[in-house]
Design a protein. Sequence first.
Lengths: 271, 271
Amino acid sequence: MLANTTHLFDVATKVTAGDSRWQGHTSDDYWAFVGPFGGVTAATILRALIEHPQRSGDPLSLTVNYCAPIAQGAFDLDVRLVKANRSTQHWSVELTQDGADVATLATAVFAERRPSWSHQQAQFPGASPFERTLPYPSPAMTWSKQYDFRFVEGEPKFGSAMVTPPNTYSRLWIGDRAPRRIDALSLVSMSDAFFGRVFHARRELVPFGTVSLTTYFHADAGDLAAEDTTRVLAVADAKIFHKSYGDQNGELWSPSGRLLATTSQIAYFKA
Amino acid sequence: MLANTTHLFDVATKVTAGDSRWQGHTSDDYWAFVGPFGGVTAATILRALIEHPQRSGDPLSLTVNYCAPIAQGAFDLDVRLVKANRSTQHWSVELTQDGADVATLATAVFAERRPSWSHQQAQFPGASPFERTLPYPSPAMTWSKQYDFRFVEGEPKFGSAMVTPPNTYSRLWIGDRAPRRIDALSLVSMSDAFFGRVFHARRELVPFGTVSLTTYFHADAGDLAAEDTTRVLAVADAKIFHKSYGDQNGELWSPSGRLLATTSQIAYFKA
């Protein structure tokens, strides 16, 4: 049963409409190391676009560049419809606080998705059912307490010796701690909810920060409504760690085996 | 031997410096279906950033959103340093023609990459040597004549019946037709030089256009100079085709087995 009261995630990503300038506020419930959890920042930006009166169609792609830390408190979102075509829209969003430099820079594409030849090439990774998979004990970070992580494979092994080659692949269920129906907002937030691949590889927490995140949406609002689920089966892996930056690529699947979103990011680390 | 004369690719991606407004020009040598080849547009944007007097560090990530067709002729690049930190820079670039709507919108991150723990998790795909791999006959599009494609696996099979499941994976050498040393500019252009995955899957040409392209650079200028190569071993695959959009993910490797760049894109198709 989904609660009828407002979900913490919806409170955290709440925006107040303006003309081209919208307002938001950081959430103590989704706090990370030195600022808000990047997934919630991305979701807040996407919410401003989805709620924008000029918006048409569904999110197709979102890229978020994390330029500088965001301080606790209010922020402004400068929302701009850069170009609208017959069936696509291109947006840009700049997040600022108190008129200072841009802290987050995002671009998004929305599309009215028309029927076409359809084929899912990637294989559903499969997993033990959510209910029979053990919840991962909540790490110290506030934001991660808002999620129910259930590792099927590749859970973090902190404090043990590194192995060769390091394991950077994870397969896990992710749901909101208080169940919430999966929508585009939760998909983008969950895109950034994997633990840093470098933590898995090195088996330790190291200074880490996502620099740029891109998520592609492969299900529109109708597809997501049809799935009607509160969790995704997520996989993530890394290809390289080099000169202080490492990548991550991930997939978010519905329990029924539909690929809902793919995501990639490049992140800073110190190790 | 590399020619000492100016390479076609460098002519095609030439930019003229302005203050915040730079100029470029489409190239008939890199023309695609209904506009310039998107890889060269992306490389031109990246060149403006690399040549910008305020630029510091190497390209780390580039996202290019193709908003509208670009007409043959001159264009302006509005280049903006959105935020500079101690070791990273965040840029945005808008391409316009004759003061009209934005045709291409890009964001980029540059970074001064410091030594760190380094590990290449992805496996080098390997291939028969370039010299012993057959060149693919040039398709009709002008831009593709500027590249030397040598398929090791997954060459397009136009005009034959679709197979189940369709093959969307390709592994091929890519070099400039007239050899040119691989740099960040050629990497971003080659990121978009794969044939549309939907062409491979359907074994036919269908209306197709990249909507958003993201490339992460895993080698800085020093790393690329050390590789000193004129070709990459490239792999590409797709995960899904649904409601008129499909994805692509790819890797660009040096012949010695170093992962130079990873790339993903979402593209429109009609089928």
